[in-house]
Design a protein around this ligand. Structure first.
Ligand code: ZN
Length: 155
């Protein structure tokens, strides 16, 4: 279980090896390639084949609401020089929004996950304060909701 309020809970499941991972997909984790690292550990330790793995991306702050500054942009540009341009959305008045969903998807696909094995909620936490907590939309004074992944024993 992880606790979040804008970051994505990324659920990773290999139904063949019966292995799960639940990853905190915030911008720091994403820029640190946490998805790729998790999937490669599943491969090395549990023999998981990425082509068998299913990935779900939970509700998180979307490109509609996630304004970032130059510090975050430059870190992404340094880590992903070829792709970073696709992770940002210009919003006018020199405002830039981070598209974490695209950044996460890029990393999931780059880990060898099949496109039809990815499910993305596409729900922005900041746009849906009636259902979710949003650290950014509520200016830090907010709760957390849980991403929970359960592995039942194979029978
Ligand atoms: Zn939004």
């Amino acid at each position: 279980m992880i606790l979040i309020a804008d970051c994505a809970a990324v659920s990773i499941f290999d139904p063949k090896q019966n292995v799960i991972a639940l990853v905190h997909g915030g911008w720091r984790g994403t820029v640190g390639r946490i998805i790729q690292k998790s999937i490669s550990i599943m491969n090395e330790v549990f023999g998981c084949d990425p082509s068998d793995i299913l990935v779900g991306v939970g509700p998180s702050i979307g490109p509609c609401c996630y304004e970032v500054k130059e510090d975050v942009i430059s870190i992404f540009q340094k880590e992903f020089p070829q792709q970073a341009q696709h992770f940002f959305v210009p919003k006018g008045n020199e405002r830039i929004h981070l598209d974490m969903w695209t950044a996460l998807r890029y990393q999931i696909l780059g880990s060898g996950i099949r496109p039809d094995h990815i499910e993305e909620s596409g729900i922005c936490t900041a746009c849906h304060l009636d259902e979710f907590y949003s650290y950014r939309a509520e200016r830090g004074k907010t709760g957390r909701f849980a991403g929970l992944l359960v592995l039942r024993s194979a029978t």
